[in-house]
Design a protein around this ligand. Structure first.
Ligand code: ADP
Ligand code: MG
Length: 276
């Protein structure tokens, strides 16, 4: 059945128009317009087990948890609550495109990736780090490069300050293409990990590399099971792929295996500023 917005929410939020942005494992996102403006509406629900995937419940709590993080960050115009299957939130709509789309030409016809854009993405991550948070899920789709400013979205997995127990859940890693080796190792050993700012810097290095080249930083088959992908990350099976242009050396530093060998995000931003 195609997803729909629960009737209660349509009326209580005074939604005037809506269209579906995406519907995938545990999360439905809508672009909505209400009497007070344009928002993203996120609805979380639990994922049932399939032969390929284990079931997961945390996705039901993700919008509620993200709203708690956004409240700590004093983000305006955020609301959240419960619906039949989990939690929902609304947050201001940010214009894109995201980084993966913006850099399509770098991947297809070799246009050099633009340093200014990379600096804006790093700046958005730096703002979050300065506020005392680690994002935990840095990836190209989470940077929206709008006409006025760049936003880093999807704070459902961010760690830094306490969130209500009712919406909290353990961090079990992120999209493995962007996962730092120490996170992969902890997930393999203990089933969970702690997001960190150093792991976010690795994630940003992998994000810039992916958006600019279409290549992952680590060698593993795309269809390998998640634990095998994580084992390849921990083994350090690095690909001989480099970021084209002047950002190459910085991206190498961001992708260092040991967290303490990576630059901080503040250092990364100032190095990018020197390149612009
Ligand atoms: N505030 C927002 N403004 C504009 N688009 C958004 C916003 N939040 C989410 N989206 C869109 O929805 C997609 C999924 O959102 P995301 O926050 O990553 O949720 P999840 O990964 O939990 O499904 C994003 O890649 C983006 O296209
Ligand atoms: Mg996301």
């Amino acid at each position: 059945m195609p997803p729909s917005i629960p009737h209660d929410l349509l009326t209580s939020l005074s939604i005037e128009s809506h269209h579906l942005v995406l519907d995938r494992r545990g999360s439905t996102v809508w672009d909505i317009v209400t009497g007070s403006g344009r928002y993203a509406l996120k609805l979380g629900y639990p994922v049932a087990a399939t032969p390929e995937w284990p079931g997961q419940h945390w996705t039901a709590f993700a919008p509620g948890r993200e709203a708690a993080v956004l409240a700590h960050l004093d983000t305006q115009h955020v609301a959240s609550g419960y619906w039949e299957k989990g939690t929902w939130n609304i947050q201001p709509w940010h214009e894109g495109p995201d980084l993966q789309h913006l850099w399509t030409h770098s991947r297809t016809d070799g246009t050099p990736p633009d340093v200014q854009t990379a600096m804006e993405c790093a700046g958005a991550l730096a703002d979050l780090h300065k506020a005392g948070w680690a994002h935990g899920d840095v990836q190209p789709a989470h940077f929206l490069i709008g006409p006025d400013r760049t936003h880093l979205i999807d704070l459902a997995l961010a760690h830094g300050k306490p969130v209500p127990e009712a919406v909290d859940f353990p961090f079990k890693g992120c999209l493995v293409h962007y996962e730092a080796p120490e996170i992969s190792a902890a997930v393999l050993d203990e089933g969970h990990a702690a997001p960190s700012q150093a792991a976010d810097v690795y994630g940003l290095g992998a994000t810039l590399l992916m958006a600019a080249t279409g290549k992952r930083a680590v060698i593993y088959p795309d269809d390998a099971p998640r634990p095998a992908q994580r084992a390849a990350i921990v083994a350090g099976n690095r690909r001989a792929v480099t970021m084209p242009g002047p950002m190459g050396p910085l991206v190498v530093e961001m992708l260092r295996y040991a967290p303490q060998d990576r630059p901080t995000i503040t250092e990364a931003v100032s190095q990018l500023a020197e390149l612009t």
